[in-house]
Design a binder for this molecule. Structure first.
Ligand SMILES: [Mn+2]
Length: 327
């Protein structure tokens, strides 16, 4: 029962102190916003906290309260925490903290998430995969526990909601998420500021890269999947960083052709990362991602395979064909 778990978690928060809040590595808007909103609640309760992310956090989220407090310093794991709270992560490796957590003596882990592939790694797990985002899970948590949502908390929550619903355009957009948005705007969430930081994030170089990538779009006939790829040399050519190419797979969600869209990205270590999207009810992309050790949601998932690009793509098609997951 989600209500009961939300209350149980809150009782732990009230009883304990000194929390470690974890956003998954390369945090998206949902992860960064969840940590920001939760840390604000802890502040109001007079609790101590540390914010951890294994990687750096994009300065796109610098307007969110407390985001500048994030540390990637492994040393902080020498402390004993009242609880380690992990946001928006299906498992500990995805969060980027599996190596640290094994060194903690009896860690008490709270898992707050919305991924269908979540493995319930926490001592308490508040996982609601029918909700649009982790911030929507938190919004319900705040309401259940009668936490007052102020304007800055509302700005954080609305940021996660806007990024995970891709501006209220993808399948995660529900009547609940829309009414949450209206509630947050009523509480003083700064909609214009979010728009300026989150939506207006493209420049000429990024769109030129999209041009290259869109030109490569193709339909793989046997699986009926539309796909394209990005190589490291494309990034170099257009002077675009890996962090800046995030919106591409979401944009492809506007495509009518095929049953799903796969965007393959070559990472700097040579591995190939696939971001997958579909708008169809009949396909579960989190299951397909699991074939390759990845995870995610039914309609948006990701995984990684070894390069080079052509071999990786061939391997992905073969594996999917054999699995009969797309028919
Ligand atoms: Mn999320």
């Amino acid at each position: 029962m989600p209500h009961r778990i939300a209350k149980q978690i809150h009782n732990e928060i009230l009883e304990k102190d000194n929390f470690l809040l974890v956003a998954h590595q390369n945090p998206d808007g949902d992860a960064a916003s969840s940590v920001s909103a939760f840390s604000q609640m802890l502040e109001l309760l007079g609790k101590k906290y540390t914010l951890f992310c294994k990687t750096s956090v994009s300065n796109q989220f610098e307007y969110l309260k407390n985001v500048h407090h994030f540390t990637s310093e492994p040393e902080i794991w020498k402390q004993k925490f009242g609880a380690i709270i992990v946001f928006d992560s299906g498992d500990l490796p995805y969060a980027g903290i599996d190596e640290f957590i094994t060194k903690q003596e009896n860690p008490f882990i709270l898992n707050i998430d919305h991924h269908a592939s979540n493995v319930n790694f926490g001592n308490l797990n508040l996982v609601r995969n029918t909700l649009s985002s982790t911030v929507e899970v938190l919004y319900n948590y705040f309401l259940i526990n009668k936490i007052k949502i102020n304007a800055e908390m509302a700005t954080s929550l609305l940021t996660g909601l806007i990024t995970d619903t891709d501006n209220f355009s993808n399948a995660a957009t529900s009547k609940e998420s829309l009414s949450m948005a209206s509630y947050l705007v009523n509480k003083g969430a700064k909609f214009k500021k979010i728009h300026d930081y989150i939506v207006l994030d493209k420049n000429v170089a990024i769109l030129q890269l999209w041009g290259i990538v869109l030109n490569r779009l193709e339909l793989h006939k046997k699986t009926n999947i539309v796909y394209t790829y990005i190589k490291q040399e494309d990034l170099l050519k257009c002077a675009v960083t890996e962090e800046e190419i995030g919106g591409l797979s979401n944009m492809m969600n506007h495509l009518k052709d095929g049953k799903a869209i796969f965007v393959f990205k070559e990472k700097s270590n040579g591995n190939i990362k696939a971001s997958t999207r579909t708008t169809l009810e009949t396909i579960d992309l989190s299951k397909i991602a699991q074939l390759f050790g990845g995870g995610g949601h039914k309609k948006a998932a990701g995984f990684e395979v070894t390069g080079p690009m052509t071999t990786a793509i061939e391997y992905v098609w073969e594996t999917i064909e054999k699995s009969n997951l797309i028919v």
